[in-house]
Design a protein around this ligand. Structure first.
Ligand code: ARG
Length: 389
């Protein structure tokens, strides 16, 4: 059973599993986690041609409810990366595992290389079974150039060419582009690598949108209630029109390699920004400070693909409890490649306009004088002891 995407790596794996590993049947599973319809259709077509049996699993709603919503609550970010590929791998792997187990399949394969993180994420799930685990690309130490030639010889239809050698991974949350000239961190990415976002345009006027949150997850857009799948798809489109959500970063892979990564993810940029802002309005200062550590630990576990580590349940317990009051609305302005918060409100805000206002009489300003006298006390003690320095 091969976890199949329809891309170059997994497509060449099908004949390789037969020719090099002696399997007489290869079963493929393509998991729909919100990648473009055309990718799924192309994948289905190739699988029907190359594989002996093929499954298409629509996991989009599960992806949103059980993976992306927890990610939003945790402000999921690893070194600035919104974890799109990372969070989808365990779900894809678990679908492959489930079908294998239900059909007496004894070997599980993936198309990851030996250089990236994805091999670790797949195998963390695959190795919870008794199945043999096979990674042909890594095992045979194949290069992309070799794969392209092999694909041509085997009449495999892949979009990758010598001119456009990019490795692209897409799902509802993000699109990543790696490889080719992009591997030189000083090479400026050409416009052609982007598919979800338009070039930022200063002549396109600002658009203000409003996101509604309930218990830390987005539930409405511009006053209209929406399920997560529709809401995220819609935000990808709206944000993409304004060129919002492009990222170019140097990322520390689990193995220790630094990689140059390009991403686009309009909805993720907007939702993470809005969610973080709403938390700032409703959580206490102590909660906010502590939660940054929890969020970082959560994101690191997701990046490493270690979702079954018991730490995750511990972190989620804290995170879920913290989100009980994260209800409200955030307005975001989209303009020329930027998304910024312009307004927010919440029935649970720890904000007291009557007390903070310049015009307020609720609190007596003089009450603060005693507090101010003790502020910076220890530095003053030190100064008294050594006035010179
Ligand atoms: N660097 C990202 C990660 O480790 C993206 C990986 C993209 N994978 C790919 N096959 N193109 O999650």
């Amino acid at each position: 059973m091969l976890a199949y995407s329809g891309g170059l790596d997994t497509s060449v794996c099908i004949p390789l599993l037969k020719e090099r590993y002696g399997f007489d049947k290869v079963v493929t599973v393509l998991v729909d986690v919100g990648q473009p319809r055309s990718d799924i259709e192309r994948g289905n077509k190739s699988a029907e041609k190359l594989a002996d049996k093929h499954y298409l699993i629509d996991a989009r709603y599960e992806f949103v409810s059980n993976y992306l919503f927890p990610l939003i609550k945790a402000n999921g970010s690893y070194e600035g990366y919104v974890l799109g590929t990372a969070i989808a791998r365990p779900l894809i792997a678990s679908k492959a595992k489930e079908i294998a187990q239900n059909n007496g399949i004894k070997a599980l394969a993936h198309g990851c290389t030996g250089r990236g993180n994805d091999q670790l994420r797949f195998e963390a799930v695959f190795r919870t079974t008794d199945c043999q685990v096979i990674a042909p690309i890594r095992d045979l130490d194949l290069s992309r150039e070799w794969e392209i030639n092999y694909a041509l010889e085997h009449d495999i239809d892949v979009l990758v060419t010598r001119e456009r050698p990019y490795s692209i991974d897409e799902n509802l949350w993000s699109r990543s582009i790696e490889g080719g000239k992009l591997e030189d961190p000083y090479f400026i990415p050409p416009k052609e690598i982007f598919a979800w976002t338009k070039e930022p345009d200063p002549f396109k006027s600002e658009q203000i949108i409003e996101i509604g949150f309930k218990k830390g997850v987005p539930v409405s857009l511009d006053g209209i209630k929406m399920n997560g799948l529709d809401l995220i798809s819609k935000l990808n489109h709206i944000g993409g029109e304004h060129g919002v959500g492009r990222m170019d970063l140097i990322e520390d892979r689990v193995l220790g390699l630094k990689a140059r990564e390009n991403y686009e993810h309009p909805a993720a940029t907007i939702l993470l920004l809005a969610h973080r802002d709403l938390e700032q309005l409703v959580l206490s200062r102590a909660q906010l400070r502590f939660k940054t550590f929890v969020d970082e630990a959560w994101s690191e576990m997701v990046y490493m693909g270690l979702l079954d580590d018991p730490l995750n349940a511990d972190l989620n317990a804290f995170i879920n409890q913290s989100q009980e009051r994260v209800n409200g609305y955030v307005k975001i302005g989209l303009y020329c490649g930027n998304a910024k918060v312009v307004a927010r409100k919440s029935p649970n805000a720890l904000y007291a306009q009557d007390m903070v206002s310049f015009d307020s009489q609720t609190l007596s300003q003089r009450d603060a004088e005693g507090f101010a006298k003790y502020h910076g006390f220890q530095a003053r003690l030190l100064k008294r002891m050594c006035p010179e320095g």
